[in-house]
Design a protein around this ligand. Structure first.
Ligand SMILES: C[S@@+](CC[C@H](N)C(=O)[O-])C[C@H]1O[C@@H](n2cnc3c(N)ncnc32)[C@H](O)[C@@H]1O
Length: 174
């Protein structure tokens, strides 16, 4: 059982390491995730766990990984991608310089891959050959590993792709 003081320490540490603010409405979620962390680290004493989180880089990373929320989808909030195709990319193409795109919290990769598909489509649409590179980062090392692998199970009834996105052009079916 975590007491109020321990819960506060956990929230403080998470905020200090990665700027994630967990509000007071989520004690059950925090407790559940900390119990999983205890099981993974085999450290069942909360005070020992808290001091290890501070002093041991591997456990600190496991702590961060356990408390991030990684919800993502391909073309999540699709209007952003459409706006990129309609406004940002043509304006950037006109500058005639290489374009660098940074996706700073990429989770398992669906967002940077959606950006990549949008860029490829826009290059074709506007007949542009400007080089475009995309860098994606995330503070959670587990999701980054999945993003690097780039293997996804997609339920097309749930995940809606834009009409222009030809799945066969951008994915290899396994
Ligand atoms: C809800 S997901 C959103 C993923 C994607 N951007 C999307 O909208 O589909 C939030 C991601 O932000 C990451 N994150 C949280 N704090 C971060 C930080 N300080 N630096 C980099 N990534 C961070 C989490 O690990 C998580 O994978």
């Amino acid at each position: 059982m975590l007491d109020e003081n321990q819960l506060s320490l956990i929230k403080e540490k998470l905020y200090k390491y990665c700027g994630i603010f967990l509000n007071d409405s989520k004690p059950a979620m925090i407790k559940n995730r900390i119990y999983h962390l205890m099981r993974d680290t085999q450290i069942y004493n909360i005070d020992t766990l808290l001091s290890n989180i501070e002093s041991n880089a591997k456990i600190q990373q496991q702590f961060i990984n356990s408390l991030t929320t990684n919800k993502t989808d391909f073309f999540r909030e699709v209007f952003h991608f459409q706006d990129m195709i309609d406004r940002s990319l043509p304006a950037l193409f006109r500058l005639n310089k290489p374009i660098k795109i940074y996706c700073c919290a990429s989770s398992t990769g669906q967002e940077p891959y959606s950006i990549a598909m949008s860029v490829l489509y826009a290059k074709k649409l506007y007949k542009s050959s400007i080089p475009v590179s995309i860098v994606a980062t995330d503070i959670d090392t587990n999701v980054l590993q999945e993003a690097k692998e780039g293997i996804y199970t997609i339920d097309f009834k749930v995940e809606k792709f834009p009409h222009w996105c030809d799945i066969d052009e951008y994915f290899d079916a396994l």
